[in-house]
Design a protein around this ligand. Structure first.
Ligand code: GLA
Length: 406
């Protein structure tokens, strides 16, 4: 082979490699091996956000111990936007974010945290701000320049778009911008994102919006928002789709936004059993001792963040009392009794008589040959073993959450 041929072949191989790389653009892997944890502005502040608030929240995440508990992402939701300039570049609202997004990202990074931002596949966001339709690559490039680490991508004003295609476009745009970002698919479960989301994003909303109540829903006319138990029921049949790097997202937390302490504890526990992303949605600058204790319960968080990444399942449901299990590493298990009744309930659970099998993930709880110690994850003490039947009173709208420890 003469030199010309050699150079020609190398050039050809490089071009083919480059083109095929572009055609098969991948999401950034390894960014969400456990469910993402952080904070988002929407549930508490809706459109009323500015850079002072976000910086104060970042400070509070560090000072309160939330960062130590694993809450890393500080996510701006809708309404940070100003206008696009004559070249199409998006800018933040100049009155609310006068220092610009790069400066805010630098501030958040200086605290050892990461920053998330929000956009929408439609031409306008749900809050009526400029959406990314037609500007996907330009927006991804802008976010990358600002230093953004996480993008929540919404689904308002998308008439005529195919969801899978639209989310693939923004995935490819992020890849091409060259900065790793978690991609949070927020199309409310309308187009079965669990069936195609694994190769596209890192988490996908499974339902419409959460609302701040345990057992109710709110009818907004053209759409509804859902309380904790409604969202929980909508997770049925989805656990097979979740795993490290790709999670079902039952929406952000309402802990600290007005439910009772029991209800907040039950909500948080069930999100941990579901291996859900834990994105706090309260004003963490001013939270009660109880709210902080719930959000930073490291033993409950360890259930959520278990490296196996298996979503829990409902084992039984009787009389509005549900029993859930979640397989954990080293053959350990999380166990949670959820009392959905208005009254307290007395429960007896005989470990020796129950047959707990997770066929989907090939796990079996063996209490015949092994004795597990029962760790109460809210009392933070051992309360017995699997050799004896468990007897407990579970208060109304509350849980008993245990870890079966070998
Ligand atoms: C949608 C999303 C919410 C929030 C709002 C913002 O409703 O599902 O989580 O981002 O838009 O407008």
């Amino acid at each position: 082979m003469n030199n010309f041929k050699k150079i020609f072949s190398i050039a050809l191989i490089t071009i083919v490699f480059f083109i095929s790389g572009k055609l098969t653009a991948q999401k950034y892997e390894g960014l969400a091996l456990t469910p993402p944890m952080g904070w988002n502005s929407w549930n508490k502040f809706a459109c009323d956000i500015d850079e002072t608030l976000i910086k104060e929240i970042a400070d509070a995440i560090v000072e309160s111990g939330m960062k130590d508990a694993g809450y890393i992402y500080v996510n701006l939701d809708d309404c940070w936007h100003g206008e696009r300039d004559s070249l199409g570049f998006i800018h933040p609202d100049p009155e609310r974010f006068p220092s610009g997004m790069k400066a805010l990202a630098d501030y958040i990074h200086s605290k050892g945290l990461k920053i998330g931002i929000y956009s929408c596949a439609g031409y306008k966001t749900c809050g009526g701000r400029p959406g990314s339709r037609g500007y996907e690559y330009q927006d991804a490039l802008t976010y990358a320049k600002w230093g953004i680490d996480y993008l929540k991508y919404d689904w308002c004003n998308t008439e005529g778009l195919c969801a899978e295609g639209a989310y693939m476009t923004i995935r490819d745009a992020i890849r091409s911008a060259g900065r790793p970002m978690v991609l949070s698919i927020c199309e409310w479960g309308d187009n079965q994102p669990w069936e195609w989301g694994k190769d596209v994003g890192h988490l996908w909303r499974t339902t419409g919006d959460i609302t701040n109540c345990f057992d109710c829903f709110v009818d907004h006319g053209t759409w509804k928002s859902w309380g904790v138990t409604y969202i929980l029921d909508m997770q049925e049949g989805l656990r097979q789709y979740a795993g490290p790097g790709h999670w079902n997202d039952p929406d952000m937390l309402e802990v600290g936004n007005g439910m009772s302490v029991n209800e907040d504890r039950a909500h948080f526990s069930m999100w941990c059993m579901l291996a859900a992303p834990l994105i706090a949605g309260n004003d963490i600058r001013n939270m009660s001792k109880e709210t902080l204790e719930i959000l930073t319960n490291k033993e409950a968080i360890a259930v959520d963040q278990d490296p196996l990444g298996i979503q829990g399942f409902k084992y039984s449901s009787e009389d509005s009392v549900e029993i859930w299990f979640k397989p954990l590493v080293n053959d350990e298990w999380a166990f949670c009794i959820l009392n959905r009744n208005e009254t307290d309930k007395e429960i007896v659970f005989d470990w020796q008589k129950e047959k707990v099998i997770d066929e989907l993930f090939d796990k079996k709880l063996d209490t015949q040959n092994k004795t597990y110690r029962l760790r109460d994850l809210w009392k933070h003490e051992f309360v017995g073993t699997t050799d004896e039947p468990l007897k407990a009173i579970v208060p109304s709208h509350d849980v008993l959450m245990l870890r079966l420890v070998k």
